[in-house]
Ligand binder design. Sequence first.
Ligand code: HEM
Length: 388
Amino acid sequence: MHTEHANPEVAAAPARPRIDRRTLITAALATGAGAAGAAAFTRAPHRSPAGPPPPAAVPFHGARQSGPTHPQLPVTRLLALDLPGDAGRDALRGLLASLGAVLAGAADGSLGDARLTGTPPVTSLVAVGPGLAGRLRLDVPEALTELPAFAGDRLEPARGGGDLLVQLAAEQPWTTGILTEHLVTAAGRAGAAVRWSQAGFLPPAAGGETPRNLFGFKDGTANPAPDDPGLWGPPGPHADGTVLVYRRIRMDTAAFAALPKERRDLVMGRRADTGAPLTGHAEHDEPDIYAKHPDGSYVIPATSHVRLSSPRLDGGARMLRRSWSYDDGPADRGLLFCAFLRDPALFTRVQTRLAERDALTPFLTHNASATAWVLPGAHGGRDLGAGL
Ligand code: HEM
């Protein structure tokens, strides 16, 4: 899965994928947590004799929603909702208010559900799909469109799309499960129906290391910082919003594992053991996609995943990849690819190259897809979706 860089400064935080001090502070500021929240995060590695302090709550209110900005928590739940075709803006306003109330209550512990002890950290996002935006003529960026069909897609409509996407992340499936109950009840009362729902997880990553995906590779090494301005809407009404691209990708883990180790590294363009690019020695060395062997062939092969997804082929444009693995039985395991970017056209360009030439593609099946406008955060008297 794709997450942001590891930071050895917080290596003491076990089983929490890369809680990076700089990212945490950035995230705390971006989500409005301010100095108090940032201080709480940076205290986390210091253990008291009575055991570790409880993980800090993540505020719901902030200029940006916490889902794309806060470091990934190990468990996720995506929930897609549909409104009736004749529902108007009032119905959407009511639905957003109901969902926002649950998410705010989840974040500050005021939900009143005795099963949730303390205030477990929860991150969330609410995003509007292009279909609903078109029906209600909502003010979303023009860039928000459905994705085109890609070669090899095997999309199951019942697993993708949706008028509204909600994504939760927490430390435990217990928490996301209970919160999903509340969200589904609130959505039903506001006239919306569940379209699909999907659970995912990150593996434990010892010492803040980059987590590995189900192919065994470190995944999430090369990523922009969550506050990179290129990911967010331009100044104006769309500032502090971003587009989510979701793909549910089944991975043939047995077939990939059957390749010799050297071949697996060549397919990816990085080494499975260290995560280093084939042109470097350390995980965070910049891949040199133009380096060649004396015989003229590329060191990072022309069909490798890292070469074909390189920002160098897109004028430096980057997406923030924050994905989770999923396991829905022995024949259905893979990656919940989630990327945040200003314009999904970047995803389309990259995925077009991958679908046609990536040596990883024969081991993958894209079986669901969605795009959605991640609303600016509820902040300073502005409700979720106020700008729509
Ligand atoms: C199950 C499917 C996938 C797997 C297992 C996978 C795995 C990986 C791995 C191991 C890396 C190298 C480490 C890193 O920088 O994160 C990587 C990089 C990357 N992947 Fe994927 N990936 C998948 C699907 C996709 C898709 C669908 C896209 C976009 C269309 C994508 C875009 C990228 C990008 C942009 C990079 C970073 C390239 C760079 O900056 O060097 N990946 N992926």
